[in-house]
Design a binder for this molecule. Structure first.
Ligand code: HEC
Length: 164
């Protein structure tokens, strides 16, 4: 019985290993590849880094945003942000459209697991190749440090955009 269990566990491990194309962040957070199906909460652009962004949320986050209950955000909420360099629309020069992907990053609310960083778990993958950002789990301190500026909004800068 034990042996069978171990063999089963090994099989599951191998199978999931073969499927896992994107390595986890150094703090153990897995890349949430279903983020492509999440809904839009807002967009932003940053003059300091010359980038454009879309901010998306998982079901928990979107429900909270639609209900206006985002301070604090509920447990299980995950916010994602995709960052692109701006590019000119080849068919219409005055239009700016997303160019190369700079990075994709996430913050997930889990007060048990991430109490050290304001109850949010941070993760980032760089470029189109989705390389995990950070040498070790300590990278999240830098994220949390800057997000402290949004402490009055539960460490989240984004205010969901009006969707009349
Ligand atoms: C120097 C400041 C700074 C650092 C460092 C920083 N962020 Fe942010 N972050 C911001 C600002 C400002 C915004 C809102 C504007 C925007 O959309 O970029 C933001 C937005 C976000 C959002 C969308 C939700 C929100 O708060 O608006 C996520 C997710 C996010 N950051 C993740 C991260 C992760 C992960 C790291 C670390 C790897 C990180 N950030 C590091 C300043 C920072």
């Amino acid at each position: 019985m034990q042996k069978a269990k171990a063999a089963f566990a090994a099989t599951v491990f191998l199978a999931s290993g073969a499927l896992a194309q994107t390595p986890p962040a150094p703090n153990g957070i897995a890349f949430p590849k279903d983020y492509k199906d999440w809904k839009v909460l807002a967009v932003s652009q940053r003059a300091d880094s010359n980038t454009m962004r879309v901010i998306v949320g998982n079901d928990v986050a979107v429900a909270a945003a639609r209900a206006g209950k985002t301070n604090p955000w509920p447990e299980g909420a995950v916010l994602g942000k995709v960052v692109w360099k701006p590019a000119k629309d080849p068919l219409w020069a005055p239009a700016t459209v997303p160019g190369d992907v700079v990075h994709i990053e996430f913050m997930e609310k889990n007060s048990k697991r991430f109490a050290m960083t304001g109850n949010w778990g941070y993760s980032r993958w760089r470029g189109a190749k989705l390389e995990p950002h950070g040498k070790d789990a300590g990278f999240a301190q830098e994220c949390a440090g800057c997000h402290n500026a949004a402490q009055s909004q539960d460490f989240v800068f984004t205010r969901p955009a009006a969707l009349p």
